[in-house]
Design a protein around this ligand. Structure first.
Ligand SMILES: Nc1ncnc2c1ncn2[C@@H]1O[C@H](COP(=O)(O)OP(=O)(O)OP(=O)(O)O)[C@@H](O)[C@H]1O
Length: 312
């Protein structure tokens, strides 16, 4: 049995002023194995928060079933609330309480004490302990994140839901955070984490790429990259803005998008003459400093490819 099983979950929100329905989750199914580090990856509005809120029993789905740790999210909501840890996207901390007070508060809520489960939070708590008398509202983003994680862990959850835990956090804290997750995983906790950052996708064991309430692909990061169809090229020239508009006007090109200092390009058909033909075309358009190379796709390239397929 999976630690989390989601079967045909649909969630819509109604907009009272326009009477329009927003489909936040569209018939979504997936499962997460016990002890897995699983990522929901997608841009703002993909449906990640709605999914986490349903799984942590704070939101009801319109249709479908979901189970967490064997418990049904509707019928057994109390059992789920007792056993899961949830770190919502916006920090759930009490800003006027100190680090220590926040932790004691969350421990009391779950009928436990900080001492009882100290081993689980020790590594993380030690990093913020010197500031334990400081109010949460006065902490840096990285420190708030560590405190929020400690609060979510204080009752020793079997499944941990982390909704965009690294959004708005500096690069060093982000890296430290993922190290902490790896250590938690070693303790057997199932971890579901959502992130809009594609580089973090590769740190998960399996990921679901989400867009507009749908899962576009679900697999290990390596398998998702390896199923990239066709060839991908990185193109550079002296004027990137002009390059982008000229690439979009070039009929053999299927997709082209800015990617760091390059433009990533795929062709409608992979032929031996694509690179030479494109070089000629760009030279005719007056571009200098043209460089075209074949590259290995990243998760982000695969995501863009899947989104393009969906749009087609
Ligand atoms: N309470 C609500 N009322 C109306 N629409 C909502 C509500 N909550 C979410 N939505 C809409 O549902 C869709 C999915 O939102 P959701 O928050 O689940 O996505 P997300 O991937 O977590 O993105 P974000 O990072 O922006 O929260 C979006 O189009 C969003 O605008």
């Amino acid at each position: 049995m999976g630690a989390v099983t989601v079967t045909n979950i649909t969630k819509t929100y109604g907009d009272a002023t326009t009477n329009e329905q927003v489909i936040a989750l569209d018939n979504v199914s997936f499962s997460v194995e016990p002890g897995e580090l699983f990522g929901l990856i997608g841009p703002d509005g993909a449906g990640k928060t709605s999914m986490f809120r349903i799984l942590t029993t704070v939101l009801l789905a319109d249709k479908g079933q979901a189970r967490v740790d064997g418990f049904d999210v509707v019928n057994d909501f109390q059992a789920i609330r007792n056993t899961v840890g949830y770190m919502p996207g916006r920090f759930s901390l009490y800003q006027d309480l100190t680090i220590e007070e926040n932790l004691n508060f969350f421990a009391t809520l779950f009928g436990t004490t900080m001492q009882q489960n100290y081993a689980l939070i020790k590594d993380i708590y030690e990093q913020i302990e010197p500031f334990k008398k400081r109010r949460a509202g006065k902490l840096s983003g990285g420190m708030k994140q560590k405190l929020a994680l400690c609060c979510a862990l204080i009752h020793k959850p079997t499944v941990l839901f982390l909704d965009e835990p690294t959004t708005g956090v500096d690069v060093v804290s982000r890296r430290e955070f993922w190290e902490m997750l790896k250590r938690l995983k070693q303790q057997g906790i199932t971890i579901l984490v959502s992130t809009p950052y594609m580089d973090e996708a590769t740190l998960c064991e399996r990921i679901a790429l989400m867009q507009n309430g749908k899962i576009l692909s679900i697999d290990t990061p390596d398998n998702i990259i390896n199923t990239y169809p066709g060839k991908l090229f990185a193109v550079k020239a002296d004027s990137i803005p002009h390059l982008l508009s000229d690439m979009r006007a070039y009929v053999p090109v299927r997709s082209s998008y800015a990617f760091g200092e390059y433009i990533h390009v795929t062709f409608k058909q992979d032929t031996d003459t694509n690179v030479a033909d494109l070089t000629d075309y760009l030279a005719q358009k007056g571009h200098g400093g043209i460089a075209i190379k074949s590259i290995t796709p990243t998760i982000e390239d695969r995501f863009i490819n899947l989104m393009t397929n969906q749009a087609d």
